[in-house]
Design a protein around this ligand. Structure first.
Ligand code: HEM
Length: 488
């Protein structure tokens, strides 16, 4: 039943703000400022002709996220999709169309699917996870260490999360490569339909393999979980984990590296005993959250919220980025205060926050360890952001540095299927098919600058970090950060 429209006081806006295109990508904060003028919600277009309401206020965001009885995640309620106003193949459909997974279900169904995820991810030891990240990071750094330049996005931040996830899921290398190919397709690099099919086939094959030969990995735990996920639910849960665990993670790593490489504040307070890497992560989570606008909800009936009619079945998109920078929060956005919404809030908040943060922190710390004198290769204001409504994602992060030797400190069991696939080749190594394998003994940066994997293995003095030519007087924030990291 659709009640008669409730009259809404006109306040001058009503022209939907486009959340696509170069202008929004270049300066989303300006769009959020414009939208805030007319209240905590505003009409937007996610792609041409795809209408939604963006929630820009912090309190309004919390209200939506914490009222599952009024705002549903089930996108089968999306009216414009159901009646054909929005075509099924519109560019934002892959991020919004219904699938039987935790992200897009409500109530008991959601709790069942989410419970299996939370417990399976929770069983991954932080120590093992650090090992996965360090080995993945080492294998990627080895690919560019001698060249003196790299696009940190394509060469590091992008492939690393998938390498780590492959290990968490217990993916044999050849499966890892196919997953990469599938993911690349989903993100628009090749035929999306074919890619989706490849991804589904690969994930199904992984499930079959783990049914036959379970390991100490997330896939095997999901299969064995008392929630008894069906094969279809297992496939969609794994695809969700791969999607949710890669793109936002790469953006957290890249956005944090951008900040550390361009902002002297993070090097300025090093002697004060603060933790600049953690501070940079906090700042990015407040000001450039990797997932900028998402948590799509559908009102289950018409709702009048602060003078605006939110129609049943009309998508409400929560702007974590706008909510975090809501002027009402002035003074809250400081390191250590983790009240930001970068992980969302309420029943669908990210179940992998601890792991996600750890992966990003270790990824940044590894670069500090191994790549001295890194500098942005272009002025920070020339860096381009990828257009799109959902992510705050750099298009590239080119850096230069003094070439440094490849270390053999890594045990060689992780190679980069991403790079291999991109090169059309096959990675010789693999993630191993059991969680925890090879992780023991991997070095764990402690944040005190004294304990690094390379140093502990004793191989670094002549090849890696300590063997690098002495840096010139630290000029950039990164160089000073590095000096602190080295304990100098
Ligand atoms: C920096 C990295 C990450 C960020 C910023 C992030 C952020 C988020 C956000 C904002 C949501 C809510 C989305 C929504 O309601 O529409 C979410 C949900 C989710 N995330 Fe993460 N995430 C990250 C990493 C990960 C990782 C590494 C995994 C798993 C390996 C993961 C798994 C999930 C899952 C399964 C959900 C759905 C939970 C539910 O609906 O109950 N995320 N994440």
């Amino acid at each position: 039943m659709t009640p008669e429209p409730i009259p809404v006081p006109e306040t001058g806006r009503r022209c939907p703000e486009p959340l696509y295109g170069a202008e929004f990508a270049a300066d989303p904060a300006a769009a959020y400022r414009r939208m805030r003028r007319t209240g905590p919600t505003a009409p937007v277009e996610l792609s041409p002709g795809v209408r939604a309401t963006l929630v820009t206020g912090y309190d309004a965001a919390l209200h939506v996220l914490r009222s599952p009885e009024t705002f549903s995640k089930d996108s089968r309620r999306w009216r414009d999709m159901a009646d054909g106003t929005v075509p099924a193949d519109c560019p934002v459909a892959p991020m919004m169309a219904y699938r039987p997974n935790a992200l897009l279900t409500d109530g008991p169904e959601h709790r069942r699917l989410r419970g299996a995820i939370t417990e399976s991810l929770g069983a991954v030891e932080p120590h093992a996870l650090r090992g996965y990240v360090e080995r993945s990071a080492d294998s990627l750094i080895d690919r560019f260490a001698a060249s003196g330049q790299v696009d940190l996005l394509a060469g590091y931040a992008q492939p690393l999360p998938l390498l780590v996830l492959n290990q968490m899921l217990g993916c044999p290398p050849e499966y890892g490569e196919r997953l990469v190919e599938g993911m690349a397709g989903i993100f628009g690099l090749v035929d999306a339909e074919k890619a989706n099919e490849l991804l589904t086939r690969t994930v199904s094959a992984l499930i079959a393999l783990k049914r036959e030969k379970p390991g100490r990995d997330v896939t095997s735990r999901l299969i064995a979980h008392p929630a008894r996920l069906t094969d279809e639910e297992l496939v969609h849960t794994l695809v969700l984990l791969i999607g949710a665990g890669t793109e936002p993670e790469q953006n957290l790593i890249a956005n944090s590296l951008r900040l550390l490489l361009s902002d002297d504040r993070f090097a300025g307070s090093l002697s004060g005993g603060s933790l600049p890497v953690e501070d940079a992560l906090d700042e990015v989570l407040w000001t450039d959250p990797p997932m900028a606008n998402y948590a799509v909800h559908f009102p289950v009936h018409d709702v009048l919220y602060e003078g605006t009619l939110l129609r049943e079945g009309h998508p409400l998109v929560v702007s974590f980025a706008a909510a975090n920078t809501d002027p009402a929060l002035a003074g809250e956005q400081h390191p250590g205060n983790r009240a930001h919404l970068a992980w969302s809030a309420g029943p669908h908040s990210c179940p992998a926050q601890g792991a996600a943060r750890l992966i990003a922190a270790v990824a940044v710390e590894k670069l500090l360890d191994r790549v001295p004198d890194m500098e942005l290769a272009v002025p920070v204001q020339d860096l381009q952001w990828r257009p799109g409504p959902f992510y705050r994602a750099l298009a590239a992060l080119p850096v230069s540095f003094r070439p440094t030797a490849v270390t053999t400190a890594v045990d060689g069991t992780v190679d980069s299927p991403v790079t291999s696939a991109a090169e059309g080749g096959r990675g010789p190594g693999g993630g191993g098919d059991t969680a925890g394998s090879g992780a023991a003994g991997a070095g764990l940066p402690t944040g005190d600058g004294a304990s690094t994997s390379a140093v502990r293995r004793g191989s670094a003095p002549d090849r890696g970090l300590r063997g690098a030519p002495a840096a010139a007087a630290p000029a950039s924030g990164w160089a000073r950060l590095l000096a602190w990291w080295r304990g100098e």
